[in-house]
Write a protein that binds this ligand. Structure first.
Ligand SMILES: [Zn+2]
Length: 446
């Protein structure tokens, strides 16, 4: 019997499911390759500007092939690939930056500084416009740059394998249907190589052992990249200890002792070279407590502190899930979440537009704001381990609208009394954070 190619295709498509629309849209506009774009973000608390530095063709494309033009969360800025004629978005991603965080510090009121940031978008088949913009705490655009990228431009730098040692630590699925995470060694000398891979495996176990990641392990891939640092350990300025390391990370960011960051994002991306990735964990070889997670930018973690597992999961909650901190101080950073604006973080609200948050998860009859239980009226971190499972569940699972969150004791509300995004002692994400992460995993992989 004669069977045409088309009939054969339709027969196979029937067996396998039809060719998905997402694949066609992606293939029409993009190659299976990554366009890395480097920028300098600069200014102070009052004025910000964006300058383009360099474009690269790096790896295969590890990012989304569906939901291309709409970020799930607004973030503090977006990078967008636009059709030059129509202005239609072909791809968009949202992010936060260390630069914007710095703007809330006093230093930003008196000095102008520059920060480097790198972004990845799928490699366009035709000339496109790239638009990058930053927003303030009210969601208003504060800086915008739009520029043309021609994929045939000879100055788009072609990156070749840098030869660094690497290991796939966990392969849940293919590049196109998984969240791809690169773990980069920071402050590990050549002699620390085995230690790095052991620490990286511990990081994978910590994340994949924690819900809601645990039940979605097949949606994640982890690759560890060993880039040897000249020195062992990372820089600790308050001890006058400066070390030569791959990512030039250091504590005392913005003069806050425990705040470990890197502002050398180009070095991080250079080290990752041709590794396809969507998220970066920089694993810092130090026992000093510290780390940070910046939404769709980077998670940086010390590897040697006993709280490693808990803090890594918390910081990854920021970097991957876009979750806000649910802890608060008395009126510190009170300008970060103004009352006239609903924050974009899914687990915080100012009640400006609570309908878009977890209103649908509130038990019938819940008072807004919700009064805290007597259990919560004590130093919970100190006594957490004395609580029974039922008491912990009461604080972690009883969804309400509790005042205090996002560093502010007033005007910002959190979904439960205790959550992994509030204290390290609390073992689990709250239902609202879990839903936000689950949605994000689906957004990347479905
Ligand atoms: Zn939470």
């Amino acid at each position: 019997m004669f069977v045409s190619m088309k009939q054969l295709f339709l027969f196979l498509a029937g067996l396998l499911g039809s060719v998905p629309a997402w694949s066609q849209d992606f293939d029409r506009d993009f190659e299976d390759a990554t366009l890395r774009l480097d920028y300098v973000l600069c200014g102070d608390a009052h004025h910000q500007a964006i300058y383009f530095q360099q474009a690269y063709r790096t790896s295969r494309w590890a990012g989304r092939r569906s939901n291309l033009s709409e970020p799930l969360l607004a973030g503090n800025g977006q990078v967008r690939v636009l059709d030059p004629e129509t202005g239609a978005a072909l791809y968009a991603n949202s992010f936060s930056t260390l630069f914007q965080e710095w703007q809330s510090y006093e230093e930003a009121s008196r000095v102008q500084r520059a920060f480097e940031n790198c972004f990845q978008v799928p490699f366009p088949r035709r000339p496109v416009d790239i638009e990058l913009y930053l927003t303030d705490v009210h969601g208003e655009v504060t800086a915008r740059l739009r520029h043309r990228i021609d994929p045939s431009d000879i100055l788009v730098r072609k990156v070749h394998d840098n030869g660094l040692s690497r290991a796939v630590l966990w392969q849940g699925g293919g590049l196109d249907r998984s969240v791809d995470i690169a773990i980069l060694a920071e402050g590990y000398a050549e002699a620390d190589k085995a230690q790095f891979y052991a620490d990286a495996r511990r990081a994978v176990r910590a994340l994949l052992g924690h819900e809601p990641f645990r039940s979605r392990q097949d949606r994640f891939n982890f690759t560890a990249v060993f880039a040897p640092s000249q020195d062992s350990g990372v820089s600790v300025p308050h001890e006058d200890a400066w070390r030569n390391t791959v990512a030039s990370s250091h504590f005392d960011t913005f003069y806050s002792e425990r705040y470990l960051t890197t502002s050398s994002m180009r070095k991080v991306y250079d080290a990752l070279g041709t590794i396809p990735f969507e998220h970066i964990i920089v694993l810092a070889n130090t026992a000093i407590y510290g780390g940070g997670g910046i939404y769709n930018s980077v998670t940086i973690m010390n590897s040697g502190h006993p709280t490693f597992d808990a803090v890594l999961v918390h910081e990854f909650g920021h970097a991957f899930g876009g979750l806000g901190d649910e802890y608060f101080y008395d009126d510190m950073y009170s300008s970060m979440y103004p009352s006239d604006t609903e924050p974009w973080e899914p687990n915080l609200t100012t009640l400006k537009d609570f309908d878009v948050k977890w209103k649908d998860m509130l038990p019938v009859g819940t008072a807004v704001p919700t009064p805290v239980d007597d259990l919560e009226k004590q130093d919970v971190r100190r006594v957490w381990n004395t609580f029974t499972p039922a008491q912990k569940a009461q604080l972690n699972l009883k969804v309400g609208v509790y005042e205090g969150g996002g560093y502010q004791s007033r005007g910002v509300y959190r979904p439960v009394q205790e959550c992994r995004m509030k204290i390290n002692e609390c073992e689990e994400f709250c239902p609202v954070c879990s839903r936000a992460i689950t949605r994000m995993i689906g957004y990347y992989t479905e």
